[in-house]
Design a protein around this ligand. Sequence first.
Ligand code: IPM
Ligand code: MG
Length: 371
Amino acid sequence: MTSQNRNIVLLPGDGIGPEIMRVAVRVLKDCASEFGHHFEFAEFPFGGCAIDATGMPLPAETLAACRAADAILLGAVGGSKWDALPIGKRPESGLLALRKKLDLYINLRPIDLRPSLRSLSPLNADRSRDVHIDFVRELAGDIYFGEHRVESDASGERATDEAVYTTGEIERVAKYAFARAEARTGRLASIDKANVLSTSQLWRRTVTRLAADHPGVKLEHLYVDNAAMQLVLAPAQFDVILTSNLFGDILSDLGAALAGSIGLIPSMSCGLGPSVYEPIHGSAPSLAGKDVACPVGTILSASMMLRESFGLKQEAGWIESAVDRLFLQGIRTTDIAEPGMTTVGCSEFGERLHVGMLGALDRHERSGRGV
Ligand code: IPM
Ligand code: MG
């Protein structure tokens, strides 16, 4: 086994961000000592806490550290304290700026219904079977990055949000989705609103043209309204879903709800710069400081980092099995609590995971395969 030295930048952010980050970092440290890697962690202000400290959600020092990192682990940003700020000055604009500056144009959000949590899904037993969807969301274009304008005159206000896509922007993310589908079951659903939007028509034309280079992929196109319905009625029909920034934002939350809790879902944002890994949930201000948040989305983001950025498949699997073992033992956070199970706080979930991992380490060493 080759040991790796890696620099990981941590952006805990706001709300529950710091609590869930602490748990995930401990998991990464346990993993490093188990497998003989060396992970260096450096924490930087980002989001609302960075606005408070420096006046900006993405300070230059934070951006510079991110550019130089091997990978970035992010908690969550935002909170009511900064809600009155205009667009462009809010914590969320730091997140968008980070995505843009690092050219992170792919956002991968895997929705897996873990067998031990299947009963949490709002879907009935039939529909929740075999749901493993990879959402590939375009992340650096669309209405998110067009011009946002508000004008006013005597008759009132008028707001405009411009949505823009270029062929190149669609091609680069679509190529990733085709490759992902090829590596899975070969089914790719591209979701748009081509019956109304010209950006969607360009999207559909571009994706259709690329399909010729991927004969092994079975491509279908769906309108976003129909896709939302199909995701609820028959989610197992989907394998890889490719969609634009705004539709991906909305549909991936719907997907997370199918998995039982938005707290469980990790994500990777990648492109030209170092990749950013973050849970797809927000900063949940109402839960912050109460030690009740679910750290699983962040823990699984950390394992995704190991697999996708560092090629450490075994290590990622080791973390994921430890999480699954806790679920099988009935250890749950509040959002995924069920009768007869043991409900624990965020830090206790981390503690139990740590102990469970050390248990696995003992077994590992006893079997003579220790590192
Ligand atoms: C997400 C979030 C962000 C987005 C917000 C916080 C700007 O909802 O990552 O899904 O809309 O992209
Ligand atoms: Mg979102």
